[in-house]
Design a protein around this ligand. Structure first.
Ligand code: HEM
Length: 114
């Protein structure tokens, strides 16, 4: 498959992930929370599969620091659903964390600094 297709799927996944975070943190009703939780799961799957698709197509070594860090950020994004549900974190802090982590993942993918 054209690696640009993987890239497009990567970006669709990221769009859905942040859409789901927004809906989740808005503290919606039972149904909207369920939709957000589903979107969150689907988005993470799309991001991971397309990320490894690009890694394989472009031949980036699996041990690259930037790639491993992105996978760690991906895992944090997966765990956020627990914090969001338990309201274990103040909302502005969680929003800041998500923005910084998302920006860092984009920076790592674009610059591959290490
Ligand atoms: C956690 C959320 C993530 C975000 C927000 C994110 C974001 C991005 C962005 C913005 C790019 C740049 C696309 C471009 O070059 O135009 C990118 C590239 C890339 N991402 Fe992610 N990413 C994430 C997770 C992952 C994961 C988990 C993997 C691997 C399993 C991954 C693998 C890659 C690879 C290999 C590239 C390089 C593409 C290239 O060289 O053209 N990403 N990512």
């Amino acid at each position: 498959m054209d690696p640009l297709v993987y890239k497009l799927i990567h970006i669709i996944g990221i769009t859905l992930l942040f859409l789901s975070f927004g809906a989740m943190l808005g503290g919606g009703s039972g149904k909207s929370y369920k939709m957000a939780a589903m979107g969150h799961g689907i988005a993470l799957l799309l991001i991971l599969v397309s990320g490894f698709g690009m890694q394989a197509k472009y031949g980036y070594p699996l041990g690259s620091g930037w790639l491993i860090t992105k996978i760690a950020i991906w895992a944090v994004f997966g765990a956020v659903i627990v914090f969001a549900k338990r309201r274990a974190f103040p909302l502005p802090g969680l929003v800041a964390l998500l923005l910084i982590a998302g920006g860092a993942a984009a920076w790592l993918g674009l610059m591959k600094p290490f």
